[in-house]
Each structure stands twice: as C-alpha cells, then as structure tokens.
Ligand binder design. Structure first.
Ligand code: SF4
Ligand code: SF4
Length: 243
C-alpha cells in the first residue's frame, strides 16, 4: 500500500512529543508510546517534519516513481512551480537544463494553470455576481476547510486548482498518454496528486529533485550551458488553445 505523503518512522520515535505539541490542528496522537498521525485530521502542512528533532516524521520520496516514468515509453512533462526562480536564483536556468538532462521531455510553468483559473473565475463572477472565494491553490488550505470548516466548503473557488487545471491543459496539448510530474516547494502537492490521479501523476519537492541530481552527479554550477530547453511560460504560446 502506498504511504501517506507524511509518515512516521515509528521505530525511531524518541517520544519527545515535540510534534504533538506543535501540530497546529492536533492531528498527532500517542499510541503504544509512539506519536502517530491521525490522517482524518491532518492537513499535510509539514510542521511536524520540521519540528521533529530526530528525523522521524518523514516526507514520502517519489523520485523512484519519476525515474520509472522516465524509463517508460511515455512523454514525461514537468509542471514547474514558479518558485524555482527564487529557489535556484542565478542557477535557475541551469536547473531547467538539469531537468532536461534527467530526461524530462517538456517543462511548463504551473502558473499557466493559475492564469486559466483566474480567467475561469472572471467568467463565473460575471455570470453569478461577486462573491469572496477561498483559493484552492494550496492543498493544505483545502484540507483545512474540508476537515475543520465544512460549512465553508461552498466558499472554495468553484474551479479545479491551478495545478489540476495546468495538468488538464498539458493533457489537452500533448494527449492523454503522458506522465505529468509537478516539481515545487510544497509537500502538500503530494496529497493533491494522490487525490486527483493524473492531475498530476507525481509530485516532487525541490529537495527531492536536488537529491536526485546529486545521486546522478549532475552539478548545477557545472552543467553544460549548451543544453537547450523550451520553457512554456505563457499561454499566448498556444493561441490555438486560448482562442
Ligand atoms: S502534517 Fe501538519 S497537520 Fe499533519 S500531523 Fe504534521 S503538523 Fe499536524
Ligand atoms: S517529534 Fe519526532 S521523535 Fe518526538 S515524538 Fe514526534 S515523531 Fe517522535
């Protein structure tokens, strides 16, 4: 059975209860003298991972899934969070080259999905009048609303999240026989991938990809700058889809 995106290596738990004290929604219980996550309450915010002094609260590593996808005959396409620019700064273009070197066919920015969501909301508001919405961009917020404020579920934006929208856009562009790998800073995107399979298929954090590059001896500072990439950044590159 697939692990949850955040899990506990029970055998290594030192029972310090730091995670219990710091979980913002009290989603960790002591059972058999170990600190276990109650998934019905968890919002996948990642606080316990940061707080555990013993590395016992872990983030599921999905790099092997991405490696297997790259070994298949299917096109593997990255939906890249725009935060890569601040994460890798002057090496951000080299990060794109590194993704090409790993074998990804295309790289497209998740921000395209956000742009499509904004346009859809504009149309919805024109037809239904104004209303405040809670954005569905953050899976943690969506879980918080569903689990702790169910009376406000109706206030969630009535469109798929930017990542799901971007994934649908990529499928429209490249066909259904593709694998979409989201790459970004966010742990909670893994639960979004689990809950909406195919939109995207796999979600990796920047940290996972950095470790992957290290394993494959790909050093951003030394990468061949002759590697070309085509970053799909704006919708106007695909006027046939935007009308
Ligand atoms: S991920 Fe967040 S909500 Fe879930 S158990 Fe850890 S601290 Fe609590
Ligand atoms: S913080 Fe880590 S070591 Fe301490 S109780 Fe939680 S999981 Fe166990």
């Amino acid at each position: 059975m697939q692990r949850q995106p955040i899990y506990t290596e029970l055998s290594n738990c030192r029972d310090c209860y730091k995670c219990v004290r710091n979980c913002p929604v009290k989603a960790i219980q002591i059972k058999d003298a170990h600190a276990e996550i109650i998934y019905d309450r968890c919002t996948f915010c990642g606080t316990c991972v940061n707080e555990c002094p013993n590395g016992v609260k872990q983030i599921r590593n999905d790099v092997d899934l991405a490696r297997m996808a790259l070994m298949s005959n299917r096109k593997v396409i990255v939906s890249l969070a725009p935060a890569y620019v601040s994460e890798f700064q002057e090496l951000s273009d080299n990060f794109l080259r590194a993704l090409k070197k790993l074998g990804f066919e295309y790289i497209s920015e998740t921000a395209i999905g956000a742009q499509l969501v904004s346009e859809a909301l504009d149309i919805y508001l024109e037809e239904h009048g104004s209303a405040p919405f809670v954005s569905t961009a953050c899976p943690s917020v969506v879980h918080m609303v569903r689990k702790y404020f169910p009376e406000t579920v109706k206030d969630l934006a009535p469109v798929p999240s930017p990542l799901q929208t971007h994934s649908a856009y990529l499928r429209q562009l490249y066909g259904d026989d593709i694998v979409i790998v989201f790459i970004g800073p966010c742990i909670a995107k893994k639960i979004e991938a689990d809950e909406t399979p195919g939109y995207p298929d796999i979600a990796l954090t920047f940290r996972e990809v950095e470790e992957w590059l290290e394993e494959d001896n790909i050093i951003l500072e030394d990468i061949d700058t002759g590697i070309t990439f085509d970053l799909c950044r704006m919708l106007f590159r695909y006027p046939e889809l935007t009308g």
